[in-house]
Structure formats: C-alpha cells, structure tokens
Design a protein around this ligand. Sequence first.
Ligand SMILES: [Zn+2]
Length: 252
Amino acid sequence: MTRDFTLSKYEALCKALISSGNRSITVQDYIQGQAVEPFVILRHDVDRRPEMALEMAGMEKDMGIRATYYFRMVPGVFEPGIIKMIRDMGHEIGYHYEVLDKVKGDKENAIVLFEKELKMFREVADVKTACMHGNPIASWSNRDMWQEYDFKDFDIIGEPYLSIDYKTVLYLTDTGRNWENKFSVKDIVTDNIKERIKSTDDIIKLIKSRKYQQMCILAHPNRWTDNAVLWTIELFWQNIKNIGKAIIKATS
Ligand SMILES: [Zn+2]
C-alpha cells in the first residue's frame, strides 16, 4: 500500500500544478486581483508542528511555488524564527485567528485580542490576510465576529472564508485527512465540488485534466510527512477527531 499524505505525495501534487501550467498564488495575490488563469491559491493552515510547515515551504520554494501560511497564535506554533524563514522564502504569512474561542464567544473581547495578536504578528511579518481556525466543538465560529466588525479596519484585505468566490473557485481541502470532506464540520464553505475525490492521486488527476481554471487547495503541513512514525501518529490523531466530529454532526 502506498501511503497518502506524505511530503513526497505533496511534491507530486506540486509537480502536477507546474506541469499543467497552473500558477501558484497566495491569498493576498488573489484578493489584490493578481490572479491570472489558470491559477491555484495554495493555502496552508499551520495548526501544529511549525517545523513541518518549514519543510513544506522549502520544498515549494525549490519548485518556484508561492503559498500562504496561516499560523495560529499559540505556544509552539507562533515561532517567530520559523515564520521569518518562511517569509524570507517569498511565501505570504497570515494570521490564523481563533480569538472568539479564546474568549469563549464574547465578540467585544475577541476583537480586542484580535488587534493585539495581529500586532504581534506584524512584528514578524507584513500580514495582510487573516483566516479563521476551525473549532468543531464550539457553538460559534471564529469568523462570526465579522458580523459586527470589519477586518478592513485593521488593514486586513481579506479572509479566505469570506473573500474568495467559491462559486468560481474550486475548493479542495485535506481537512479530516480526507479530500472528501465528509467529516468537515466547520472548516468547509459552500463548495461546488462535483467530482468524486478520495485521494491525493485523484487531485493530481483533476489538476492534470485542466478542467478548472480557478482552484484553492488547503493543505495542513502537519499532516504531510514521509516519516512513518509521525505519519502514523497523525492518522491516529485524525481518527479520534473524526469520531468526535461524527458525534457532533449526529447530535446537532
Ligand atoms: Zn486551523
């Protein structure tokens, strides 16, 4: 059995992007209207293990690929040294906020914390976009605060969940370690996937078919490793999370 979600498999995906003539762009590029078809917005949410993001970023750089890396502001993930190295490779650095979770749903406190954490990020990199972190067990979603506040007031030009037009951009995510998304509770936005996609090989086939001119791929770097031990830990961890999400779905 060949393992999926290895860094080698991700490299194959990147090679398919290049050989099929797609441009890899950042979220910032897309929002600033710099996207020329065919393009793929490459988004990486750094939820854990930032050193794995560094490895992925270096591999992309060697291939001439640029992506957006959203880092959480939590100990062990917000690592200025690593963030600066990824920034210096030419990738976009973004803020993966979860402030509503941190203040237990109070929007007024959340926006104060948003501004504070953003300031800390901007001491490390020029942050122009922010993306919410999903928390399947909370009754709120971190992006709910934008019902009352405007991120543009903080010089943030876009939020992938709110600023990308998924009616025209095909959205593919490894959330749940499964491109099918059946376990994705809150990370998913209304999508337009009509394809049967199960594995990364299916994604590679889809890219090579050149059927879509606009795509957005979300890959969590902590999931993609060639190290068999880390790979197995990730699989185990994800299975537990998926069981939890299935229970939440069944009871909501
Ligand atoms: Zn996240």
